[in-house]
Design a protein around this ligand. Structure first.
Ligand SMILES: [Zn+2]
Length: 260
């Protein structure tokens, strides 16, 4: 049995067995781990606050037979405000699902942990939490090696100014030249403002990633692109943000922070 101390973010928290909770915790050095918090559903359990969705905690784990168990710890930040607004909760849940999917089978990398730290903090504070969530997933994809090609035409490599079509087939923008246009059946037009926002998202240091201002038209255009790009790269339909369109149709049980 090995003792391991690490800070970590709760990315998912499920009731497990009788009064336990199974947690997915994103750590800087061990990546995304599954850890059992025994008895954490009990009101009296000292582990209960360490098992709340989105919380950042200092954990003491013991590691036995290739499994992590939460033994003790302290909450650093609970981000309680996130669950007080459906928009913030949906935004955080969407980004957390993408981070879980991408880090589940990736080698541990502290960049993912740091990006999530900036993301969850910004979602908790922002008036545009859903846009923050979507942009964060683009940066995550880029950090994992799946950045879109938006610096120049992805067919002829010539510079593109102003607006441009984004081709999902070439995973990049294409210029208006006739020889490049023919590949653009599956494309989406990106405005100059959207391209500027995407370039910022792909290149800014994490500390300045969410320091931008946008008009509603850019948010709308960028959001359409970001959802399609995420779906294309992850080959998966993400539905947490649908909660905002159809709040009565979605099963909320997965988003509950506590056991009862
Ligand atoms: Zn071209």
């Amino acid at each position: 049995m090995t003792r391991i101390c690490s800070k970590g973010f709760v990315m998912a928290s499920f009731p497990y067995r009788d009064r336990d909770r199974m947690l997915h915790i994103l750590t800087p050095d061990h990546g995304l781990i599954s850890a059992s918090a025994r008895g954490a559903c009990s009101v009296k359990s000292k582990l209960r606050p360490l098992a709340n969705l989105f919380s950042l905690c200092n954990y003491e784990f013991y590691y036995h037979k290739e499994r992590f168990y939460v033994d003790d710890g302290e909450v650093i930040e609970a981000f309680l405000g996130i669950s007080e607004s459906l928009e913030h909760l949906a935004a955080a849940s969407h980004a957390a699902e993408v981070f879980r999917d991408l880090t589940r089978n990736s080698p541990p990398d502290s960049r993912y942990f740091n990006l999530w730290a900036y993301t969850i903090y910004e979602i908790s504070q922002s008036e545009r939490p859903v846009l923050i969530s979507r942009l964060s997933t683009l940066r995550l994809l880029a950090e994992a090696g799946y950045a879109p090609h938006i610096d120049s035409c992805s067919v002829c490599q010539r510079p593109v100014s102003d607006e441009a079509d984004f081709s999902f087939r070439t995973s990049g923008i294409i210029c208006g030249r006739r020889s490049c246009e023919s590949t653009s059946e599956d494309s989406l037009k990106l405005s100059a403002g959207t391209l500027a926002l995407l370039k910022h998202t792909l290149t800014a240091p994490f500390s300045r990633l969410f320091r931008f201002s946008v008009v509603d038209e850019v948010e709308e255009n960028a959001s359409q692109f970001l959802d399609l790009y995420l779906h294309e790269k992850m080959e998966k339909e993400y539905t947490k943000l649908d909660l905002l369109e159809h709040p009565f149709d979605i099963d909320l049980s997965e988003l509950r922070r506590d056991c009862d």
